[in-house]
Ligand binder design. Structure first.
Ligand code: SF4
Length: 440
């Protein structure tokens, strides 16, 4: 019996890359690979890359540079690059780093067995197609081993929005929704393996329209169907576009008890002029009205957002409009970044805002967002919330989990196992987490 080969996967970027790495490990697992936590004793190293930040590709090349030594010491070691930089750069990666054996895009990783065999045979293996066949149909069946209580589940990929700053439509392709029955099967399988909370993933997840037995299903319909699975206690989804928040999805926030009261709804900016230049296809006003409708359906919902400051041509007045929108909406969470050029996107060609102005605006925006986030956390003190415990905390006897609102919660002497969902009275609010006691 051949000695199992060791696979080291390094994952960059979004939750979908986390999900993809899991599926790639399972696919190579079916080829006899076992995962290792150290690149030093790997037989194959796979970098699952992200293209969302400036110089993303350069970071991958420097990482590959660091691996050169390992490859020199171990000539049979195979090095592969996957994910969005693989898709964007393709053969250029092998030209600049000849020691790379395999390059595979996010839509082709179901072909890893053939690519791995080709690389193992000493040939270069490159695949950045957008294949006709459904990747998920051909991926290895998921292993039956027990797993932790939370899981990601990709239901939609790609994006048709073409925001002026974003590479996703180019690296992940057009929007594709997985057939609803397949998603339900994978969800049941995850629940059988111990999962109690599933986060549905998509670059534009609320544009989901997967084929069902009786026509296309919306994301709301899929969520209601998932809620019918015994043992699945919590459902979340990310990432959404304001223009795809359909009436039935807003309604689901009010009627589906298993749909958690947390919504990540990026807006990026508060100035209509900049939203237009970003090709976001909505206004600040329509976004604010939409949030009001969502809050009417689920008054305690915690809103989360994404913001870009210093987008090309953004003036101080435009930025002030972003601060005004944040004041009006109030966020429990938010992710904010300085605009950075991404090769091949329309905005990359435009007049850039000076770096120091970007830095100043980011600091002012983050100061406001941090105040709001802290206030949202402090408001939880004294309340009883549901917590799904995931693992032991740093302190002895401490257990850690996430609340319905996705806050991290630590409980001392909880005496509960990972996977336990229990009511917790919040007793304290820290920098990025809450403290509590079991409310039983
Ligand atoms: S909606 Fe999101 S993924 Fe799609 S192009 Fe815009 S920023 Fe990118």
């Amino acid at each position: 019996m051949d000695k199992p080969r060791k696979l080291f996967i390094k994952t960059y970027g979004c939750q979908m890359n986390v999900y993809d790495s899991e599926r790639m490990a399972e696919t190579l697992g079916a080829q006899g690979y076992v995962e290792t936590a150290s690149p030093d004793d790997a037989d194959m190293i796979l970098l699952n890359t992200c293209h969302i930040r400036e110089k993303a590709a350069e970071k991958v090349y420097s990482e590959l540079g660091r691996l050169k030594e390992l490859k020199t010491a171990k000539p049979d070691l195979k090095i592969g690059v996957a994910g969005c930089v693989a898709q964007a750069e393709g053969a250029e990666i092998m030209r600049r780093q000849p020691m790379v054996d395999l390059v595979v895009g996010p839509q082709s990783y179901h072909r890893l067995p053939e690519l791995e065999a080709k690389a193992r045979g000493g040939q270069k293996a490159l695949d950045t197609d957008f294949p006709e066949e459904d990747k998920f149909d051909r991926l290895a069946a998921r292993p039956k081993a027990r797993r932790g209580p939370t899981a990601f589940l990709t239901v939609q990929e790609g994006c048709d929005k073409f925001c002026a700053f974003c590479v996703v439509p180019y690296t992940r392709g057009a929007e594709v929704s997985r057939p609803a029955p397949r998603v339900l099967t994978e969800a049941r399988d995850l629940v059988d393996r111990g999962v109690r909370e599933i986060t549905l993933l998509g670059q534009n997840v609320n544009a989901y329209h997967g084929a069902g037995v009786d026509g296309d299903w919306s994301l709301a319909r899929l969520i209601h169907a998932l809620a019918g699975i015994d043992g699945l206690e919590r459902i979340r989804f990310t990432t959404s576009h304001p223009n795809d928040m359909t009436d039935d999805l807003i309604e689901a926030h009010g009627t589906c008890a298993k749909l958690m009261p947390y919504l990540h709804l990026p807006v990026q900016a508060g100035s209509d002029r900049i939203l237009k230049r970003m090709n976001r296809a909505h206004t600040a006003e329509s976004y604010i009205r939409l949030v009001e409708r969502i809050r009417a359906a689920r008054p305690d919902i915690l809103m989360s957002g994404d913001f870009i400051v210093g987008f090309p041509e953004e003036t101080e007045a435009d930025f002030q409009a972003t601060l005004d929108l944040v004041e009006e909406v109030t966020y429990g969470y938010a992710y904010s970044f300085k605009y950075s050029t991404r090769p091949g996107t329309p905005a990359a060609e435009r007049a850039q805002v000076p770096e120091d102005e970007k830095a100043d605006r980011l600091q002012r925006l983050q100061a406001l967002l941090t105040r709001q986030q802290r206030a949202a956390q402090d408001a939880m003190v004294g309340r009883v919330v549901g917590v799904l415990f995931e693992r032991e905390g740093r302190e002895a006897g401490q257990m850690t989990g996430k609340s319905d609102y996705l806050h991290a919660v630590h409980v001392r002497d909880a005496g509960v196992a990972p996977g336990t969902l229990a009511p917790v009275r919040i007793t304290g609010s820290g920098r990025n987490s809450l403290a509590g006691e079991l409310a039983v």
